[in-house]
Design a protein around this ligand. Structure first.
Ligand code: FES
Ligand code: FES
Length: 168
């Protein structure tokens, strides 16, 4: 049995230690928001936060996560509401087919918690490991920039930092 903290909740996962974290999240815990694209560390669709750091969950063995904190896209919403970052993705057309979107959101969320006013280059660097076939990236970059402005002007910080309650 492997103990994890996922989106702020203690969870126990019955899985071999070398099972992929991606499968533990999707198949065992039913958190299907995290997507599988390439399955080999290239596309970023499976990105989650592990102790606050974006990782490709297709490359992480669940046994490495014993006692650690994981945030998936399901952990970004504030209660029943989308986070400001998620709303900006919707409003700007940053989410189209949606396969890349959960990983993009996780990478962007991590950026905005570390850097309240990123430059466009910093935004592009933060999502460099997340491939998108639909948007041409500009709408995603715009959405992240708009979210930074919204978070600054509303005084709300980006949600879902490990160890914190969403919306705190
Ligand atoms: Fe993990 Fe592509 S599915 S990086
Ligand atoms: Fe389709 Fe990004 S929205 S891959």
């Amino acid at each position: 049995m492997i103990r994890l903290v996922v989106n702020g909740r203690a969870q126990e996962v019955e899985a071999p230690p070398l099972a992929r974290l991606l499968d533990a999240l999707r198949l065992t815990l039913g958190l299907t928001g995290t997507k599988e694209g390439c399955g080999e560390g290239e596309c970023g669709a499976c990105t989650v936060l592990l102790d606050g750091v974006p990782v490709n969950s297709c490359l992480v063995a669940v046994g490495q996560c014993e006692g650690r904190e994981i945030v998936t896209v399901e952990g970004l919403a504030i209660g029943e509401e989308l986070s400001p970052l998620q709303k900006c993705f919707v409003d700007s057309g940053g989410a189209q087919c949606g396969i890349c979107t959960p990983g993009m959101l996780i990478s962007a969320d991590a950026l905005l918690r570390d850097n309240e006013a990123p430059t466009e280059d910093e935004v592009r660097d933060a999502i460099a490991g997340n491939l998108c076939r639909c948007t041409g990236y500009q709408r995603i970059v715009d959405a992240i920039g708009e979210a930074a402005i919204k978070l600054a002007t509303t005084g709300k910080r980006a949600p879902a930092a490990p160890g914190e309650k969403s919306g705190a």
